[in-house]
Write a protein that binds this ligand. Sequence first.
Ligand code: SF4
Length: 385
Amino acid sequence: MTESAGIYVHIPFCVRKCIYCDFYSITDLSLQNAFVDALKAEIAAAENTDTLHFDSVYIGGGTPSLLDVGHLAKILEQIHHRFHPAPSSEITIEVNPGTVTADKLRALHHLGITRLNIGVQSFQNAHLKWLGRIHTAEDARNAIDWARTAGFKKIGIDLIYGLPQQCRKVWQDDIQCAISFHPEHLSCYMLTCEPGTPLDYMRRHRQYTPLDDTQGYTLFETTRVELAKAGYPMYEVSNFAREDAGALNANRSRHNQKYWRGTPYIGFGPAAHSYIYPVRRRNHRNIHTYMADMHQGKRPVAETEILTREQQMIEMIFLGFRTVEGISLQRFRQISGLNFADVFHDLLSDPDIRPRISLTDDFCRLTFQGMALLDSITQMFVDRL
Ligand code: SF4
């Protein structure tokens, strides 16, 4: 019997680094040809995956839309040759509006890419500039229009909230502007301050103050309620899919749901992760080390970890609580040999926690009020293990 699985490809190039970003990428674009050769070699030499049935491919980064169409064609060709993903596979690429034209988007559609995630982030030029984005609001609007004209049936728009000077009203305007394009999917991320980023430096030097919990909760609730009203129910703490009549959940990201459900995936490129139960692997987070390993015929793996039973339980809690389905109690039992309700008996009966949790025979999930306190509730469960 084969198991559904995904393929992730990391393209580590960006025109410029955004101030908040801690994804691995470099701005030396001269390495693109050599990198694509190394990437193809890594895909060709991938381990045996006969028990997996691939039905999603996700090209992320970095800025994958920066690569020219010929490079992307070669990468997809290699993936098809090595893994034979199902004909109905979801094939997604992340698109930075500052790197595409109408012609390029048409060409991406011809390559068989089925889904675009467009990194709009904001429809306000002042916010885009502050974030260090290379594009304008007009570029973003054009990219969305061109994507539709090119024939894409699944378009996702990524937005960021929690920016300085962004009051609730301004954020609501961004949400409404995104909805006006009728995208199939929206990802709304709260701005977070990742260690080592320029934003973190600004925070430490008091040039930027992150939102406090109350402000964060207000914007989270605004997002959830506005999008639900517009027909985009939340299915993960930052992700919202348009509900179309007769096609339940059809607009959710098939690939990203694999991460939250513990479904296997294989990653290629620098800093890419792979997970095939119970083994997790991480590639070198450095393009030079990555390419040097490939030249020597070695796998570019920095770390391989066999997850212990406890690590898998922690992971299930971290990922499961992010989703509206929650944690599958049956899967928890399979992995741990334990009954969820017994392990977390104290927390499940705590009068402060109980109203924020919904427990059925099959799932334990956070209520919307609970999701607003995702990090602290998750930590309480992890601390009980
Ligand atoms: S374009 Fe995306 S990957 Fe590149 S620096 Fe900005 S946020 Fe990070």
